[in-house]
Design a protein around this ligand. Structure first.
Ligand SMILES: NC(=O)c1ccc[n+]([C@@H]2O[C@H](COP(=O)([O-])OP(=O)(O)OC[C@H]3O[C@@H](n4cnc5c(N)ncnc54)[C@H](O)[C@@H]3O)[C@@H](O)[C@H]2O)c1
Ligand SMILES: C[N+](C)(C)CC=O
Length: 489
């Protein structure tokens, strides 16, 4: 089996320490690849290459339209290799092939979007209050960017970082999750094929506590963009202070999904499942906190449970599979522990709460879709991000109570409201403290709109124009067109 290698300074290389890691399919634990397992020394080499490419290379000064055409080419190559990429993503993460295909379409769309909008970030003239002067603002690349991504949407999260960083003239070192590197390795092949110069985009494979930590602490790195868990995010924020790096953090969520009695019932039931059970609930914006108006609570739960029991769990490559496994044995144990805690804390388990019994699924990290009712905000199952196929249900009587329950979290990534009363919907979302709020929708995102969290869900935004601005410094240029002595001294 060919080893998945790192890409540093335009060359495909093994880890300096010679180590490798076995990559497994979470559906059956079969080995699907062997990847280089780099460490601090590889990260240092990649940072040095990116530094040289930024300080001495052409990329930062290449006209934005030329960079955009290369980024556009990457989009075309993703479309050309869509099926291969989708298959790699499903093998690596266990998600259904159909979901991976959607991801690949989204990813190509992200590269296209940033290629198209780069000229909208070209600066502005300021109405200078000083006579005989020109005042203007320009945007310049930040420099060397460290980019660290998680395992749940490996290539999608990488694309949100790679496309804006490249198009704005930065150089970068990316570190994907060590357990899901396959599509990131492949996209670096496409980046090379599209003609990105050597040293501009570098890939280091390996663990967070060595490679990731080096990216956050190394003073030659100017910006660190991280997507992952809150505890890792805090460590990175602290490490990044060493040279006051620019910082973008996309962290977790514990997202409320409010259903009012006047909502379209069947749609709200259907979408309450979509909000959570795609990719077995391993979605940062999963609507895991279902908050239901008391008058419809019992009927809603009855309808939901009936449908949840029929979710088809299995191999993501089987066409009728609707939900795949969790990512790893370690993560499965974490989810099981949250469910046990929920039971101890007094929540009522109404469906799921265990591994499936089907003998065909015993080698995979499967967990049944799970619903707890009678939940209260003091329960860990309501407050902590379990990152599994678990819905907790809380009841409300008034609109104010619903919004208060929704906001009762350290997180503020996303949330939804289901109602046919538009005024009520607008009133609620205006009070919800989250970076994305959906009305009669859940979990939708697209390249044109910003994504990111309030509160401890993060700092900064990806996607949209704000996602581009993250990768630029803003410079004010003041030009005195009639300089004279000041005659003070
Ligand atoms: N807000 C968003 O848009 C978004 C999107 C996807 C995932 N997430 C979050 O990601 C989490 C799941 O991903 P995960 O389990 O891979 O997260 P994680 O924090 O364990 O790991 C994320 C990445 O950080 C690296 N890392 C670990 N320790 C590090 C350290 N000390 N220094 C630097 N890097 C380090 C890991 O190797 C990995 O590449 C969830 O909390 C989820 O909500 C958020
Ligand atoms: C940001 N998103 C929804 C694509 C993936 C979160 O885990």
């Amino acid at each position: 089996m060919k080893i998945k290698r790192m890409f540093i300074d335009g060359k495909w290389i093994d880890a300096q320490n010679g180590k490798t890691r076995t990559i497994i399919n979470p559906y059956n634990q079969e080995t699907i690849a062997t990847a280089a397992e780099g460490d601090t020394s590889d990260a240092k080499a990649a940072i040095a290459a990116a530094r040289k490419a930024f300080d001495q290379g052409e990329w930062p000064n290449t006209p934005a339209v030329e960079r955009a055409s290369i980024v556009q080419k990457i989009a075309e190559l993703i479309e050309r290799d869509k099926e291969e990429l989708a298959e790699l993503e499903s093998l690596d993460t266990g998600k259904t092939l159909e979901e991976s295909r959607w991801d690949m379409d989204d990813i190509a769309g992200v590269f296209r979007y940033y290629a198209e909008i780069v000229d909208q970030n070209s600066g502005e003239m300021i109405a200078s209050p000083i006579p005989n002067s020109v005042s203007k603002v320009v945007h310049e690349p930040v420099g060397v960017c460290g980019q660290i991504t998680p395992w749940n949407y490996p290539l999608l999260q990488a694309s949100w970082k790679l496309a804006p960083a490249l198009v704005t003239g930065n150089t970068l070192v990316m570190k994907p999750s060590e357990i899901t590197p396959l599509t990131t390795v492949k996209i670096f092949e496409l980046i090379e094929e599209a003609g990105v110069p050597a040293g501009v985009a570098n890939l280091v494979l390996g663990p967070g506590n060595t490679v990731g930590s080096e990216l956050s602490t190394n003073v030659e790195v100017d910006l660190i963009s991280f997507t992952g868990g809150i505890e890792t995010g805090k460590k990175i924020m602290q490490a990044a202070s060493v040279n006051v790096k620019k910082l973008a953090l996309e962290l977790g969520g514990k997202n409320p999904n409010i259903v009012f009695a006047d909502a379209e019932f069947e749609t709200a039931v259907d979408q309450a499942m979509n909000a959570v059970f795609f990719h077995a609930g391993q979605i940062c914006s999963a609507g895991t906190r279902l908050i239901i108006e008391e008058s419809i609570h019992d009927n809603f739960i009855e309808a939901l449970v009936e449908r949840v029991k029929n979710i088809k769990i299995g191999n993501g490559f089987d066409e009728d599979t609707q939900m795949g496994p969790l990512i790893s044995g370690e993560h499965l144990t974490k989810v099981e522990n949250y469910v046990e805690a929920g039971k101890k804390e007094g929540a009522t388990l109404v469906v799921g709460g265990k591994r499936p019994e089907d003998p065909a699924l015993q080698d995979g990290f499967f967990y049944l879709p799970t619903i707890f009712t009678d939940c209260t905000t003091d329960m860990s199952i309501v407050q902590d991000e379990a990152f599994g196929p678990i819905i907790t249900v809380e009841k409300f009587q008034t609109e104010e109570e619903a919004v208060n329950l929704a906001n009762d979290s350290i997180y503020g990534l996303a949330g939804g409201v289901w109602t046919n009363d538009i005024v009520k919907a607008e009133r609620c979302v205006s009070k919800m403290r989250m970076g994305t709020v959906w009305i009669n929708e859940f979990n939708l995102y697209f390249p044109h709109a910003p994504w990111g969290g309030y509160k401890q869900s993060g700092i900064g935004r990806e996607l949209g124009k704000l996602g581009l601005e993250e990768y630029t410094e803003t410079k004010h240029i003041f030009h005195n067109t009639d300089p004279k002595p000041f005659n003070w001294f």
